[in-house]
Ligand binder design. Structure first.
Ligand code: SAH
Length: 353
């Protein structure tokens, strides 16, 4: 079996090429082709002599996923891809063209084990973790798409399917790899990681010395409500999550974002808004309200527009920094896991037929 170089740091590439007599500087050369040029064919690496290219072709590979499905929003600003890896595992990646640049939302696991009641990614549990190379290949895929318009990915949100802190080592490797100068040279400030609230993971992240943005999926103002929609709250209570996030903010100087999915009659009334404001008062934090993308099998509904506005105003009246997430690509089922689910169901029904 050929050994995959995608996901390795330059010095690790050199080690991997070990006995084949490659000079040390070839590590960075190959890394630049892979990560900056998005190349997966050794033949294209023209600054590497033919004989060495032959060795690479015979023994190594740069493994990239194939595109199984693609949806584009009517305004063409959001593209959602279902990418399939060698073993058949498929994940969603979303490319969003925003006024401040191009943002890509990457998945970190195949499925998810968190069991949040409003999320489609978790309906069938988790199959496996993605490797750092597999997470990185989602960004490369988007960069390849953007090449035609001479553009690149500017920001990365780790908010696709999966719980990133449940796949800690691979996700951290991915983040550090994005930052390397021979790779994307991306500032840590342009990367946001969203977690359902794995307290030990948040504490560990605070010690890494990488000032990425942290987003916490809070979604409720009380522990009772949170437990009823997010089972993880029974393991790590929301107060311990907020404490860990405070510690993160203190260590990194970065403002923490609290994501709050608004669900009709569950967490969207004025009392909920006041309780949320009280909870977050005085913290280096802001709230991002997300009107829920309804998942039909969950029976959870999106509140009416005026409710969303009222909730926002209520938070602002309490001097809480809050915004409503701009809706990108609602017409293409951009909510977590919805495209993957649809394709899997189609495949299943095709099998039955
Ligand atoms: N597991 C991580 C990251 C993936 S989910 C986390 O929980 O944060 C990314 C964000 O999308 C989370 O805030 C999640 O709660 C939210 N989300 C999931 N399904 C949604 C839906 N149907 N509508 C709105 N937001 C949703």
């Amino acid at each position: 079996m050929k050994s995959n170089l995608l996901g390795l740091f330059a010095d690790e590439i050199v080690k991997e090429l070990g006995t084949y007599g490659f000079e040390k500087y070839r590590g960075q050369q190959i890394a630049k082709w892979m990560y900056q040029q998005g190349v997966s064919d050794f033949n294209v690496m023209t600054n590497i002599p033919n004989a060495k290219r032959e060795i690479l072709i015979d023994n190594f590979e740069i493994s990239r996923p194939t595109i199984t499905a693609h949806q584009e929003s009517a305004d063409k600003k959001t593209s959602k891809y279902l990418l399939t890896f060698k073993d058949g595992a498929a994940v969603e990646t979303v490319l969003m063209k925003q006024h401040y640049g191009n943002s890509v939302c990457v998945s970190t696991q195949v499925g998810c084990a968190m069991g949040c009641k409003f999320c489609a990614s978790t309906l069938q549990g988790v199959t496996r973790n993605l490797t750092a190379g597999e997470i990185f290949s989602q960004v490369l895929h988007c960069n390849n798409q953007l090449m035609v318009e001479q553009s690149t990915v500017n920001t990365i949100v780790i908010m696709g399917s999966g719980e990133p802190l449940a796949n800690y080592d691979n996700v951290l490797r991915f983040i550090r790899l994005c930052h390397e100068s021979y790779s994307l040279n991306m500032s840590y400030r342009n990367i946001t990681l969203s977690t359902a609230g794995i307290v030990p993971g948040i504490k560990r992240l605070a010690e890494e010395g990488i000032p990425i943005n942290l987003a916490i999926s809070l979604h409720a103002p009380t522990t009772e409500i949170r437990s009823s929609i997010m089972p993880i709250n029974n393991q790590y209570d929301m107060l311990s999550v907020i404490n860990a996030a405070d510690h993160y903010a203190e260590k990194t100087g970065r403002r923490v974002t609290y994501e709050y999915t608004l669900i009709e009659n569950i967490n969207d009334n004025d009392e909920h808004a006041s309780a949320l404001a009280k909870l977050l008062k005085g913290r280096l934090a802001s709230v991002n309200l997300i009107p829920v993308n309804p998942v039909p099998e969950r029976g959870l509904l999106r509140p009416k527009k005026h409710r969303v506005v009222q909730f926002l105003q209520s938070l602002q009246a309490h001097h809480i920094n809050a915004t409503v997430r701009k809706e990108m690509g609602a017409d293409i089922q951009a909510a977590c896991g919805q495209l993957r689910k649809k394709v899997l169901e189609q495949e299943e029904s095709a099998c039955i037929k």
